[in-house]
Design a protein around this ligand. Structure first.
Ligand SMILES: NC(=O)CC[C@H](N)C(=O)O
Length: 382
């Protein structure tokens, strides 16, 4: 039994390989399509659903009960919910949290987001783990699996999807520094999560969030001491505009920090390729090793693509030597990159995971301190 309000409406989920699951509608009734991906986070569904990186993805929660803490006014990571659909096993009948003022069900319904509950999410996740992420459809209006499957097969794949334009801001916005302003940063919004400017502002950085179409002149116009590229949806191989901008940023000698999509674009700018993972990394307990210190950090992650770069040694680029700085201990996927100057100091870096960790562990918050140190070094040198 699930906590739908009112009468239960049947809903059907069909994967592109024909496997189907019958469940119960929650949130908005209707029909939706996207890439089926699973997230293993036990907490943080509000932050997950409002993360723009999930554009065109149907998220499956492996945690068996979802909705317990309701919805609140402070944890959204952006202006709306972005997931194309939400799949849960047991939608909590009761919400209980001192900050909660709405239910998950109500917010999904109000924002027109299709959810399906009463799904055997363990079987579904194991299927995706074996076969890989794939397209999916969920419907309350088409309960014939063969007919819904035909519609699923008409949908575009995530490989080759260029989605940044669908999530970026239209106009620049400023997040003021908390306390004394030490630095000015141009943060290119490829699907930015609010916690990132917050973490930077807390360190004395005034963050100018710029649209994804920003030029090097826009970066210069804000008087940026450094540049940041955010996380974001879609295939990094399509992000040619941001990559060209990043190459100009590196030509200008500005410090750079990239997270997730911003890491993949950094990889491309340095001359590495990107590729699609079988089913990606999504959750808040992914182990990563910092290769320089051999320290392990438990990280929040959400990525379906990765950078293909050698795990050992350095690679020559036109700006200096580049190297892999972090790897995932589950599967050896590249999780961080560094670009060194002639003295061997890091002049630009990126991570594939989420040091802003909303939700998630705070092991990686030191990366924001590292970036602020880099801004200080660079500013001192000029
Ligand atoms: N969170 C992100 O920035 C995700 C980056 C990219 N869309 C991926 O799936 O790999």
């Amino acid at each position: 039994m699930t906590a739908t309000t009112g009468d239960e409406i049947p809903a059907l989920l069909v994967l592109e390989d024909g496997r189907s699951f019958l469940g119960v509608s929650f949130g908005a009734p209707g029909e939706t399509f996207g890439e089926a991906v699973f997230s293993t986070g036990m907490t943080g569904y509000q932050e997950t659903l409002t993360d723009p990186s999930y554009r065109r993805q149907v998220v499956i929660a492996t945690a068996p009960q979802i909705g317990n803490t309701g919805w609140n006014d402070v944890d959204d990571e952006s202006r709306r919910i972005w997931v194309a659909g939400y799949v849960v096993r047991d939608l909590s009948r009761v919400r209980s949290n001192w900050r909660s003022n709405r239910s998950l069900n109500d917010v999904l319904r109000d924002q027109g987001v299709v959810g399906i509950a009463e799904i055997d999410t363990r079987a579904l996740t194991r299927h995706l783990r074996e076969r890989g992420a794939m397209r999916v459809g969920i419907s309350t209006t088409e309960l014939d699996a063969a007919r819904l499957l035909a519609r699923v097969l008409e949908q575009p794949a995530m490989s080759g999807a260029n989605l940044v334009g669908e999530v970026t801001v239209d106009a620049a916005a400023i997040v003021p520094a908390v306390g004394e302003k030490r630095f000015t940063l141009a943060a290119v919004d490829l699907g930015i999560k609010d916690m990132t400017p917050t973490m930077l502002a807390e360190r004395g950085v005034e963050v100018h969030v710029l649209p994804a179409t920003a030029s090097i002149d826009d970066v210069r116009a804000v008087g940026a001491d450094g540049v940041f590229f955010s996380n974001g949806p879609g295939d990094p191989a399509t992000a040619d505009g941001p990559m060209a901008l990043l190459q100009q940023v590196l030509d200008a000698g500005l410090p750079y920090f990239g997270i997730c999509f911003g890491h993949q674009i950094f990889g491309r700018a340095l001359g590495f390729g990107t590729y699609k993972l079988k089913y990606g990394h999504r959750g808040i307990n992914q182990p990563v090793m910092d290769l320089a210190t051999r320290k392990v950090e438990i990280t929040a992650q959400n990525h379906g693509f990765a950078v293909d770069a050698p795990r050992e040694g350095t690679t020559a680029t036109r700006w200096g030597q580049a190297r892999v700085s972090h790897v995932c201990l589950n599967d050896d996927v590249v999780e961080g990159l560094e670009l060194l100057d002639a003295d061997g100091a890091v002049r630009a870096f990126s991570v594939q995971y989420h040091p802003e960790a909303a939700a998630g562990p705070h092991d990686s918050a030191y990366l924001f301190d590292r970036f602020v140190d880099l801004l200080a070094r660079s500013k001192g040198a000029h």
